[in-house]
Design a protein around this ligand. Sequence first.
Ligand code: HEM
Length: 341
Amino acid sequence: MKRGSDFFRYLEDDDNRPSILAADETDHPRIRRAYAPAFSRRALARQEPILAKYGDALVETLSGMEGHITNIRDMFHYTLFEIVGHFQYGEEMGVLRTGARKSWVHSQPALIKASTLLSALADFTWINLLLRWTIPWMSKWLRKAYFKPSNDLIDHRLQIQSDEPDLIGLTFRNSRSSALTEKDIRANAHIMMLGGAETTMGLMTFLTACLLQHPECFARLKDEIRTEFHDKSQVSLESVSKLAYLDACIKEALRMYPPIPGAIHRVAPPGGAPIAGHWVAGNTRVYIPIFAATHSPNHFWNPEKFVPDRWLEGAEGPYQKDNKAACHPFSTGPRGCIGQE
Ligand code: HEM
């Protein structure tokens, strides 16, 4: 089913559209299929050195800040920008080590805020007309600040021969029969940066806050990690994925603070469609608000409480009855998050 695409329209570059987010039912499967192999577990394993490199850079930067007050959300954002940026364009962004491209990083939340506002107001016809006269300059400026650095990096990546397992290499540059055009690559590059860095930064920030507010959970997590690993070299994607309490903490932070908390609309096809046993008229917008679903007492016992244990096998007491299937921070279906792994 098609996404209600007002919000995504404002995230797009007029010259290169549509992106995977705004593509219609005909085009979306082509783009999704072309990107899917680059998000497989096998492809992710090839990215492991990149994750380790920027994880180390974060620790190094934070160590150098001892005694100073640091905005941890920004530090996570810079690190994720490096990771997703390297995965996307095949080179270091320089945000963590040299402070380069920080204005680009900070334009991400601004672009999302402006797009959300414009998209919501666009539902009111006369406000919409007024806004189209007054706000576009702001949105245009933001879009320029956002798309230009991405396009420059793509220009550079397309000029060089590289065996990096980056997205452009995997899906376009080194692929003889790519289903993607250069316009597709440009349209989707900055969407991957937005979708990948901003959301994961949110998760890491919320998880840190939850652990600081719950020292008993923090101690238990530290204990699990330090019992399992005695040396940095033992930490890998595979070994980390076996840490049950860490997994439970991440799931609980995603439940309490889903990085995309709102509703991602779908539009019923013109002839209408049956949805969850109800007939829905054509062109009706439908959605499941992620935050409301994960905070409803109909689904979760003590929904406002951070309780990682509810996600562990053999959860006790009333948590046994939690309806885990109601928690979909990555959404679901053919348009669910491609970066979930
Ligand atoms: C905690 C991390 C993340 C969360 C919570 C998250 C959440 C979501 C959600 C809710 C959607 C919308 C799905 C829908 O409309 O049904 C989505 C789509 C998407 N996400 Fe993520 N995401 C995360 C990380 C990532 C990463 C790391 C990447 C890539 C590097 C990524 C790339 C995308 C893309 C490209 C889409 C559009 C998929 C499509 O239309 O087929 N996301 N994500």
